[in-house]
Write a protein that binds this ligand. Structure first.
Ligand SMILES: C[S@@+](CC[C@H](N)C(=O)[O-])C[C@H]1O[C@@H](n2cnc3c(N)ncnc32)[C@H](O)[C@@H]1O
Length: 1005
């Protein structure tokens, strides 16, 4: 796997918005698309260098990837040393998955950064821009096709397979053209039905010759989306009905229905009337009229837009009055509210707005604050430009300091008030869009009067929320039902939308296609509901509304923005529609959709024995996210918008939780132990079914770093008769990590590849240990050559180590006792670590320094870690490490010493002799080098005495540091020394004959 390239594009993926799967509807813990595409693809093609690789596949790689675009790097750009990447078929295949662009390669070598969109080459499969590139996708699909069919028919030549692929794939295109060009194909004439049947048959025929891939934990649908994009028969399960609907909207409907349509004017008018004609002219979606017919490039986008706008118009006509303009005719975009607490001083009882501060806009262009005026116990505000002179507000973690009398009402009293009589919200400011930015104003009388109007009956969802077992929820404040998250005006407006949605559904009728439209209307509605709660936040530095799920639980807020759904700003209902349409548009290109089941995975009868080729998945992370609990926010609304359309999925009062594969103690009588057992049991049950149903490979992505979670995962895999055969680290979250520098800590997710296998009887610990050591040593060598370094190398070796003991059902010690998986994992880790350091020919202290840097970086760690660390195969005492100044102690924490910290306590000659430790020599050289005030003569002498040759270990240690150090002073010195290495080695020879002026010399960079 080209992990650096995948990581780079995956980090970029987090910031891609328009048309990205994550923007259709909120779901938690989504995997980045580049990681998913890479893992699915790599799971389905063999290694061309493997002795068992079919010849036809090698031929395919040779032919399809012969272009220079896929030539491996002349010099791996992200390693410090000069590493040639051999031009072989395996490496070409990797370069197809992802390759750094020429620009990025140059930038990496010169330490520059490259804009994210330019990092990968245009030919990379995983690049965002290639998600609907027909040429690149065709190449990927053909490679998968050849891999799959050459395995089934070993006698077939590449030429035969290539021709068969062309026939099957091109037939789909022809059938599509035929169907989509039939005028008025929305009317089910025999001709249309025949063309539809033909298209379905060609897709089926193609997919029958492609692998089947299942994701048993499909969530937001990223993995099934990518498997379908690559042409596979793609299945996804999720226990959660909300996830199920999102999956259909993401990876089934756009691919099935987001297609062109030609409608005669007569039919068009019948369906859409003059409003439709007007929308066709206004909307910039490439719709054209040829005098007799409308040509609509994407029928689904058109219909969703048309019907949502209709619902929106009709709802606004009913409840738009609740959001009045101000006297100048400015339409508000949001109303800023603060809940008020009653001052506990009996002689004051002021209603204090619970404001934590007074700034309401804080951008480079606009700074606005609320200036409070207090008269007796009456508090009013004025809106002023600039920054508030008041540094703190009246609300400090729920405790209220009364601005009228100075009394403090503590948080418990305020919570008590909130639970008994409520904290009446007060409208503080109205925000509207003005020509030169946002306008903030004190509410007008009309705007206040509206709030006093009786709204009639309000339908408030009474379903209970679930307490967050880690705290930080709304329960102590008395907000316990989903309906409590909305103000009356919001609920009245949302109910009005639902009435219109239902009315519209009746008019649309119940065909499969209109159900699809209903689904998107419901997804759009969820977006509207999410932005219209009284638990969002006003983002002062962006001037936008943030929804309440910025974390994975809803926390209490004391002030909040209320959106005007009928405006046109980012919080409006229209804007929510735009996100939905953009997504559909962006994923409508492929003809191949995924299939989803709303079921708890692990059901053995769902697929036949060995019916699937691969499973690729991303299981829940232990107790990290309470999917069922938090998605109930949407469930209660979907039940209302989609309950009639998907009656079975929405038959339970709330999302099903008992079968959810998570370790949440509050679902298990408060017992952590029971929760853990449930998670382990469920995960094993699911892997067990997968093992039975899958022939080739099971790839599992896992982001949880705790040993406990890892032990559980490995246990479940091994218990399900599978073995881990490889592991790859991939970054997804670290936005600030600069390319080319391996991160010091393991902040990546890991993908493990497992093979369904018969496991052997028992192994002897002694032998297993020896095998692990041998295997890991071999692996380190080959992975090092591929540019794996540091913690990434460690993770990759880890999989190899596990694969050795994973072949046995049990591993026993000489005394007959069984070695636990936890112990074996520890052994695997230690072996991998030792093997990793073996490449560094240095004294123990220097190896310690590099090893520590790889594992812990320069950050603080607990004192205990140091002792544990030296146990990992090193003949070194922790006391000595501290005495030598390699670790710096700070209370019960410690951190690795910088060059300056390390040599502080030593004499100036320390590190200048060959007999000194390598790390001392390197640090001394860094200090001599430092900046323009460095000591060049001393530096050249040092180089002459300890490292006159490029092969000296000194330079290797520097190269390792370059890859491991975080940005900062030390890294700068290391980079400088390496860049000037050649000069330094040349010049050091006659250092004593040169003249230097101390402190004024620059180092020629
Ligand atoms: C880590 S998320 C998957 C995220 C997904 N890969 C994505 O990119 O959006 C795990 C998913 O497993 C689902 N899940 C939990 N228990 C399950 C079960 N027993 N059967 C099927 N799905 C389950 C959760 O609802 C959640 O959506």
């Amino acid at each position: 796997m080209p992990i650096k390239e995948i990581s780079a594009e995956s980090v970029r993926d987090k910031s891609i918005r328009h048309g990205h799967i994550s923007t259709l509807h909120l779901w938690w813990a989504r995997r980045p698309l580049p990681t998913c595409r890479a893992v699915v693809f790599a799971s389905l093609v063999p290694d061309p260098l493997d002795e068992h690789c079919p010849e036809a596949f090698r031929e395919a790689v040779k032919n399809i990837l012969e272009d220079d675009t896929y030539r491996p790097y002349n010099d791996i750009p992200y390693t410090a040393a000069f590493d040639i990447m051999e031009d072989n078929l395996r490496n070409r295949l990797m370069m197809f998955i992802g390759k750094f662009s020429d620009k990025c390669q140059n930038d990496m070598r010169t330490g520059k950064s490259t804009p994210p969109k330019d990092q990968l080459s245009d030919g990379s499969l995983i690049k965002w821009e290639n998600k609907d590139n027909p040429r690149i996708l065709r190449m990927a699909r053909e490679l998968i096709w050849v891999a799959y069919n050459s395995d089934r028919t070993p006698t077939a030549s590449y030429k035969q397979l290539h021709e068969a692929f062309d026939r099957a794939f091109d037939a789909i295109g022809k059938a599509e053209t035929k169907l989509y060009n039939i005028p008025d194909r929305h009317i089910e004439t025999p001709h249309v039905l025949e063309a539809e049947r033909e298209l379905k048959e060609t897709i089926d025929n193609f997919q029958n010759q492609m692998p089947s891939v299942l994701d048993p934990f499909a969530g937001g649908g990223a993995i099934p989306l990518e498997a379908a994009r690559l042409g596979c028969r793609s299945y996804g399960n999720d226990i959660n009905p909300v996830a199920h609907i999102i999956e259909k909207g993401s990876a089934e409907f756009p691919q099935k229905y987001g297609k062109p349509i030609v409608i005669s004017r007569e039919e068009f008018l019948k369906k859409y009337g003059h409003e439709g004609e007007q929308m066709a002219q206004e909307t910039a979606r490439g719709i054209s009229f040829d005098g007799t017919s409308y040509h609509i490039p994407n029928r689904l986008v058109w219909d969703v837009e048309f019907y949502v706008k209709k619902v929106l118009r009709e709802t606004e006509a009913k409840v738009g009055w609740m959001y009045p303009e101000d006297e100048q005719g400015n339409k508000p975009i949001a109303f800023y509210w603060a809940r008020t607490a009653t001052c506990s001083n009996p002689s004051c009882k002021a209603q204090v707005p619970m404001l934590k501060g007074f700034n309401i806009a804080n951008t480079s262009a606009s700074q606005i604050y609320l200036e409070p005026h207090v008269e007796n116990n009456n508090i009013t505000f004025e809106i002023i430009q600039g920054k508030s002179p008041l540094k703190t507000g009246w609300n400090n973690r729920g405790s209220i300091t009364c601005p009228c009398c100075g009394s403090v009402t503590d948080a418990n009293q305020v919570k008590q008030q909130s639970c008994t009589e409520g904290l009446t919200p007060r409208l503080i400011a109205v925000i509207s869009e003005a020509p030169n930015g946002k306008r903030y104003a004190i509410p007008t009388d009309k705007q206040r009067d509206v709030m006093r109007k009786q709204l009639g009956e309000i339908s408030r969802p009474t379903e209970l929320m679930q307490r967050n077992s880690n705290g930080g929820d709304t329960f102590p404040w008395g907000f316990t039902k989903w309906g409590d998250l909305f103000s009356d005006r919001q609920l009245y407006m949302l109910s009005a939308f639902i009435d219109e949605i239902k009315k519209n559904a009746e008019e649309l009728g119940g065909t499969p296609y209109t159900k699809v439209l209903q689904t998107y209307i419901a997804l759009w509605f969820d977006r509207v509901a999410l932005i219209n709660t009284s638990f969002g936040r006003w983002h002062t530095s962006r001037e936008t509304i943030e929804h309440p799920y910025s974390r994975q639980a809803i926390a209490f807020v004391s002030d909040y923005p209320e959106s005007n759904p009928f405006c046109t700003s980012s919080g409006s209902a229209l804007n929510q529609l735009d996100w939905v349409l953009r997504y559909i548009e962006s994923e409508s290109g492929s003809p191949i959709s995924a299939s989803f089941a709303n079921a708890s995975s692990g059901e053995k009868s769902q697929f036949g024995k060995k019916e699937l080729t691969a499973a690729v998945t991303d299981p829940p992370y232990y107790d990290a996210i309470a999917y069922g609990d938090i998605s109930d926010f949407f469930y209660v609304w979907m039940k209302r918008t989609l309950g009639d359309i998907y009656p079975i999925n929405f038959s339970t009062p709330q999302t099903p939780k008992s079968e959810e594969c998570t370790a949440l103690k509050h679902h298990h009588e408060g017992s952590e132990e029971k929760a853990k057992r449930h998670f382990e049991h469920k995960l094993t049950e699911i892997f067990d079914a997968i093992e039975e149903q899958t022939t080739d490979i099971v790839s599992i992505m896992f982001a949880h770093q705790s040993t406990e979670a890892w032990t559980t995962l490995c246990n479940s895999i091994l218990d399900a008769r599978m073995n881990i055969t490889g592991s790859w680290p991939m970054d997804t979250e670290m936005a600030n990590r600069s390319l080319g520098l391996a991160g010091a800590a393991l902040e990546s997710s890991v993908t493990v590849a497992c093979h369904p296998s018969e496991r052997k009887g028992f192994g002897e610990f002694r032998e297993v240990k020896r095998d692990i050591e041998r295997k890991v040593k071999e692996e380190v060598e080959s992975l090092y050559a591929l540019g794996f370094r540091g913690a990434d190398l460690l993770t990759a070796c880890f999989g190899q180590a596990v694969s050795e003991f994973g072949r046995y059902k049990t591993v026993e010690k000489a005394d007959g006792s069984t070695v636990t998986v936890a112990e074996l994992l520890d052994l695997a880790k230690q072996t991998a670590f030792n093997a990793l350091l073996q490449g560094i020919d240095a004294d123990d202290e220097t190896r310690f320094y590099i090893g520590w840097l790889q594992m812990n970086g320069m950050g603080e760690t607990d004192f205990d870690d140091a002792t544990k660390f030296t146990r990992v195969g090193m003949n070194i005492e922790i006391g000595d490490i501290f005495r030598q100044g390699l670790l710096v102690r700070d209370g019960n924490k410690q951190h690795l010493a910088t060059a300056a910290e390390h040599l502080e306590a030593h004499s100036k000659s320390k590190g200048t002799s060959k007999s000194d430790l390598l790390i001392e020599q390197v640090h001394r050289a860094m200090l001599f080098y430092k900046g323009s005030g460095g000591d060049r003569r001393e530096l050249l002498r040092l180089i002459r005495d300890v490292a006159p040759d490029a092969n000296d270990s000194f330079w290797r240690v520097l190269a390792s540091l370059k890859e491991l150090l975080p940005a900062g002073d030390d890294l700068q010195q290391v980079q400088g020394l390496l860049q000037n290495g050649e000069n330094l080695r040349r010049e050091c020879k006659d250092v004593d004959n040169q003249t230097f002026t101390q402190g004024t010399i620059t180092f020629g960079e």
